[in-house]
Write a protein that binds this ligand. Structure first.
Ligand SMILES: O=P(O)(O)OC[C@H]1O[C@H](OP(=O)(O)OP(=O)(O)O)[C@H](O)[C@@H]1O
Ligand code: HPA
Ligand SMILES: [Mg+2]
Length: 167
């Protein structure tokens, strides 16, 4: 018998679960936009935000979709985030009416940077950890800070040993 499962503190999200949670996020945002409840665009933060952004735009019938690319650098002990591709400036303005979507917020650094650029945008993530929670306006599921979320695009089906092992 093993006394510790290898995936303890790991939150493994299947495609089905991700689809359900991203749909739940869309439904929560429905009718909450500033223009008669409407949102004018969805912007996905690459790359993790692309899948939930597609699901949200489909559910809410938002046809205008753009992306913002943020690259995180590890330099000694500092982690610095940098925007490497911006969405269309005329679309964004100060972010009013725009839904900015990411898969999760962890430390909050990514959203903090994007928020500075588009302070009036609405920030939505599927998952959130406590440190970054204040950076996100709407999310579906919170996990503890020491949990690592594994997304379906980073995983594959593979054989696992029986719980009791083999002879
Ligand atoms: O709240 P933070 O601490 O900033 O972390 C959250 C960000 O980190 C991950 O993206 P990553 O930068 O790994 O790039 P990717 O989406 O291209 O995988 C995740 O998709 C979020 O965008
Ligand atoms: O928990 C996580 N899972 C995947 N990517 C991440 N990037 C920051 N935190 C995480
Ligand atoms: Mg990301």
């Amino acid at each position: 018998m093993v006394d510790r499962l290898p995936h303890e503190k790991g939150f493994h999200v299947s495609w089905d679960q991700l689809h359900r949670d991203a749909r739940a996020l869309a439904w929560r945002l429905d009718g909450k936009g500033p223009d008669n409840g409407q949102w004018k665009a969805v912007v996905g933060i690459t790359r993790g935000g692309l899948v939930p952004a597609a699901i949200v735009s489909r559910e809410l019938d938002i046809r205008v979709v753009d992306t913002i690319s943020v690259k995180s650098y590890s330099h000694q002990t500092q982690k610095e985030a940098l925007v490497t591709k911006e969405p269309q400036a005329e679309l964004m303005g100060d972010g009013e009416g725009v839904l900015i979507v990411d898969d999760l917020v962890d430390s909050g650094k990514t959203l903090e940077l994007v928020r500075k650029l588009y302070p009036k945008a609405h920030f939505a993530t599927v998952y959130a950890k406590p440190k970054g929670r204040e950076q996100v306006d709407t999310f579906i599921t919170e996990v503890s800070q020491d949990t690592w979320i594994f997304f379906p695009w980073d995983m594959a089906l593979q054989y696992v040993q029986p719980y009791r092992g083999t002879d």
